[in-house]
Ligand binder design. Structure first.
Ligand code: PHE
Ligand code: FE
Length: 275
């Protein structure tokens, strides 16, 4: 594919990956030989910093699943992770050059394939990178794909995405992904913990999301999340809290067609709208 794709929710900046490496479905081979020792060192340092922050802030399910990623001191080979992941939940990870358009993204998820960007941020982007890189995708997303309930939820999200595409409802549905898979909070033994990948892979937002008095934390509601816009370049001002993963699965089980229809008649809410 010679041309860089148009990616939803992004700025006018062209995506940074090399899409000429990708096949029709946007996947490519993980270019393992391209990683330098400096790249491996960046991964090792990101992993060590983030792992140390998890106790008391990350969901226990995530902490327990993290070792399934395997090596911590260099960039893992996707094939190694896949041997364990296929066994655990039937998922696999596939390399992509970066963000991909919605329909191929949904199709991969519907087939239990999770796209993982294969490049890593530069050392000067250690604290913040504008596009998801391999650290965000692997550390943030992949551990919970070992959890059977989340594994099924993400596949069903992909199937729901293909339907939303036909209904012109992708924007509403992608807000649900944003506020659950990317920025979701969960209550464990009465305490707030993070399970969203965007929180778990960010050293600053992990603390902010779980402990700061500034953001509001609402119980998850389908309608409320699907109406709420989000910011991609600041910490979230609103988070949604679930009681357990089964609740997330059960809430999203029904057909969204009537939900979308009802929401079309209602105004959107700003990222910081209260209540
Ligand atoms: N049930 C949703 C629909 O009918 C699909 C979905 C499942 C969305 C799981 C998110 C998570 O469209
Ligand atoms: Fe992500």
């Amino acid at each position: 594919m010679g041309q860089a794709p148009v990616v939803y929710g992004q700025s006018d900046r062209p995506p940074r990956g090399d899409y000429s490496r990708a096949q029709e479905d946007y996947t490519c081979a993980q270019d393992y030989a391209a990683y330098t020792e400096a790249d491996h060192d960046t991964y090792r340092r990101l992993y060590a910093r983030q792992k140390a922050l998890l106790p008391g802030l990350a969901s226990q399910a995530f902490i327990d699943a993290l070792p399934s990623l395997g090596v911590e001191d260099r960039i893992p080979r996707f094939e190694d992770i896949n041997q364990r992941l296929r066994q655990a939940t039937g998922w696999e990870i596939v390399a992509v050059p970066g963000l991909i358009p919605e329909v191929p993204f949904f199709s991969l998820l519907a087939n239990r394939k999770f796209p993982v960007t294969d490049w890593i941020r530069k050392p000067e982007e250690f604290d913040y990178v504008v596009e998801p890189d391999i650290f965000h995708d692997l550390f943030g997303h992949v551990p919970l794909l070992f959890n059977p309930v989340i594994a099924d939820y993400v596949q069903r999200y992909g199937q729901g995405g293909l339907k939303a595409e036909r209904l012109g409802a992708c924007e509403m549905l992608s807000r649900l992904y944003w506020y659950t898979i990317e920025f979701g909070l969960i209550r464990e033994q009465g305490e707030i913990r993070a399970y969203g990948a965007g929180i778990l892979s960010s050293s600053g937002e992990l603390q902010h999301a779980v402990t700061s008095p500034l953001p509001q934390r609402l119980p998850l509601s389908l309608e409320r999340t699907m109406r709420t816009r989000y910011k991609i370049d600041t910490y979230q001002q609103t988070y949604f809290v679930i009681d357990d993963f089964q609740q997330l699965f059960d809430m999203t089980e029904g057909d969204f067609t009537p939900v979308y229809a009802a929401l079309r008649g209602l105004p959107e809410l700003a990222a910081d709208a209260r209540g």
